[in-house]
Design a binder for this molecule. Structure first.
Ligand SMILES: *[C@@H]1O[C@H](CO)[C@@H](O)[C@H](O)[C@H]1NC(C)=O
Ligand SMILES: *[C@@H]1O[C@H](CO)[C@@H](O)[C@H](O)[C@H]1NC(C)=O
Ligand SMILES: *[C@@H]1O[C@H](CO)[C@@H](O)[C@H](O)[C@H]1NC(C)=O
Ligand SMILES: *[C@@H]1O[C@H](CO)[C@@H](O)[C@H](O)[C@H]1NC(C)=O
Ligand SMILES: *[C@@H]1O[C@H](CO)[C@@H](O)[C@H](O)[C@H]1NC(C)=O
Ligand SMILES: *[C@@H]1O[C@H](CO)[C@@H](O)[C@H](O)[C@H]1NC(C)=O
Length: 526
């Protein structure tokens, strides 16, 4: 038997080289360092090869005598470590299972594996926490029938190709390692020889549970995720674009969901006014801006809705300190609304009737209204507006704001001046007068015209307290100016600039008188 005889010769060589007591007293490392081949080693090897040419070292060329000698030293130690019953006669198995301290050492002797003794049939290196890639050297023992590398931490790829040379291998165990998952084609070849119990948790087989997870993810989780993401994006874009970054948002456009959120779900306590067709809410936008939201209840046609949106688009561009700022609109089929900046204040109507404001304040308010009108005339001649005292707002700081707009006709300028005339009259004359003549603006204007020129003082609101002659004259001049504005018939109507200059002059004259008066009182008090 070839392996037997090889072993015999093998150990014969060793006993020739050194006495056995020396060999088995030192460690393998020490022996490798200290022992040297005997002088006749060359001839012994040659003789062996002559007798049995199949010996592995015989085929090596050129023959490295030192390596062959060293490998015989390693073999003798390894045979003993593997608890073979009679190492002098045979070396059938390498059994280094659960020997993590020495297994890596023996694996590192490349020359040993290169001349792997033909007698070895079984190699067990299991349970050693071996790290790194597959120990390819082991496969030099092509004759083996059993190879167990289980319970290690080997990683990387398994050299399937080399295995095809190991024709006698019938038991293989690569379980419990960390190999990389291999190609199915390689595994199929392997499965013809070994079954799945050779690869339990080896990393080589696609993990079934992983597969199942993948399938579940692909079939259920992924579509659900897609649906959720799509739904979320849809919700963001069409319902709550206020959650989008400012860049991506469409400016001025509000959705019903945004308005619902701003008003706390259209809470009753946020409802300010509910009048025919319009619900006015106070609300807070997501960025904290306080707003006034006007929701129109009436159904309108598609065309009108388009017009409404176009109108809002223009009105949102208006920007002046005396105009209410339109922040945006909602032109959905389900809801039509506009969103206006929130104003703490009251209408001019309320202001006039609450506590009679002094003359100077009234002039200032009129001047503010005129500034707004001038801006609109110059920049937005197509925009019409309302100048009734109940639609003009006053902020806490008494800045007047034109709050109602309409895309009107270009020929509205004469009308606007008329409206301002009426406004000015209303701000000067007795409030009772207006209430008494309830028929309308033209009657009201006509009545005042009838008081011209002598009776004017009678119509001036006595609460204004025009103490001095100069102020009374100013009041009269203001009424005259207002009446000029209301005269649409004869081309006497002044233009806005003229009116503005006059009101500004009233104001500066008034201030001048005030300072003079102040000086007087100061002189007197000295
Ligand atoms: C041989 O093996 C036995 C146990 O198997 C051990 O006690 C002994 O130290 C070994 N000798 C050498 C030289 O390795
Ligand atoms: C060993 O012997 C062979 C012939 O048997 C010879 O060719 C070779 O050179 C020798 N090598 C050494 C290192 O002596
Ligand atoms: C693996 O080796 C450890 C010691 O390294 C030992 O405690 C354990 O029992 C071994 N397990 C098996 C299954 O041999
Ligand atoms: C397999 O075993 C047979 C019989 O023991 C032997 O002849 C053959 O060389 C072995 N194959 C390898 C690859 O060592
Ligand atoms: C795998 O093969 C071995 C023999 O090589 C056998 O004992 C074992 O039952 C087989 N296992 C499976 C799951 O087929
Ligand atoms: C391989 O080793 C594992 C333990 O690591 C064991 O469960 C399995 O049965 C072994 N397979 C074979 C074919 O011996």
């Amino acid at each position: 038997m070839a392996p037997m005889s090889e072993n015999f010769i093998f150990f014969f060589l060793l006993t020739m080289a050194t006495c056995s007591s020396v060999i088995f007293s030192a460690s393998v490392i020490e022996d490798l360092n200290t022992l040297h081949p005997p002088l006749d080693f060359n001839s012994t090897i040659s003789k062996n090869c002559h007798l049995n040419p199949s010996l592995r070292y015989c085929s090596a060329s050129p023959m490295d005598l030192i390596e062959i000698f060293k490998s015989s030293i390693v073999a003798s130690h390894l045979c003993n470590e593997s608890r073979n019953p009679n190492c002098v006669e045979s070396f059938p198995k390498i059994d280094l299972r659960s020997r993590p301290k020495i297994a890596p050492l023996y694996l590192s002797f490349h020359f040993f594996w290169k001349y792997c003794p033909l007698s070895i049939h079984s190699i067990d290196l299991s349970n050693n926490s071996l790290k790194g890639s597959f120990p390819v050297d082991v496969l030099e023992c092509k004759q083996i029938e059993v190879l167990d590398l289980s319970r290690n931490e080997l990683d990387g790829e398994v050299p399937f190709r080399i295995f095809s040379d190991l024709t006698n291998l019938t038991v293989l165990n690569l379980s419990n390692n960390k190999f990389t998952e291999s190609k199915m084609s390689d595994l199929e070849l392997f499965f013809k020889r070994f079954n799945s119990s050779s690869f339990i948790s080896s990393g080589l087989l696609p993990d079934h549970r992983k597969y199942q997870m993948k399938a579940v993810i692909l079939l259920f989780v992924f579509p659900i995720l897609v649906i959720v993401v799509v739904w979320f994006l849809w919700w963001l874009c069409f319902h709550r674009p206020d959650f989008l970054p400012r860049m991506l948002r469409r400016k001025n456009k509000f959705t019903p969901a945004m308005l619902r959120a701003a008003t706390g779900g259209f809470l009753k306590k946020n409802l300010i006014v509910k009048c025919k067709g319009v619900d006015i809410y106070s609300g807070v936008l997501r960025d904290g801006t306080e707003v006034r939201i006007e929701i129109y209840g009436n159904e309108i046609s598609r065309e009108s809705r388009k017009e409404f949106i176009e109108e809002c688009k223009i009105l949102a561009q208006l920007s002046h300190k005396n105009l209410v700022k339109l922040l945006g609109w909602c032109g959905n089929r389900g809801m039509r609304a506009i969103v206006i900046e929130w104003l703490e204040g009251e209408s001019i109507d309320m202001w006039l009737s609450r506590s009679p404001p002094p003359w100077k304040r009234r002039l200032k308010v009129a001047k503010g209204v005129l500034e707004g009108m001038l801006y609109l005339q110059e920049e937005w001649p197509g925009v019409d507006y309302d100048l009734r005292t109940n639609s003009l707002l006053l902020t806490r700081k008494l800045v007047p704001l034109i709050s109602r707009f309409k895309l009107g006709h270009r020929n509205g300028s004469s009308n606007n001046i008329y409206k301002f005339g009426v406004l000015l009259l209303e701000m000067i004359v007795n409030p009772q007068l207006r209430d008494e003549i309830k028929q309308g603006e033209s009657d009201f204007v006509g009545y005042i015209k009838m008081q011209l020129p002598n009776n004017l003082q009678a119509v001036i609101n006595e609460d204004i307290e025009l103490q001095r002659e100069s102020m009374v004259n100013q009041g009269k001049a203001a009424i005259n100016l207002a009446l000029m504005c209301t005269d649409q018939s004869s081309g006497h109507q002044p233009n806005l600039k003229y009116i503005f200059d006059n009101v500004t002059r009233f104001l500066s004259n008034h201030k001048m008188h005030e300072t003079e008066e102040g000086r007087h009182t100061r002189i007197l008090s000295r």
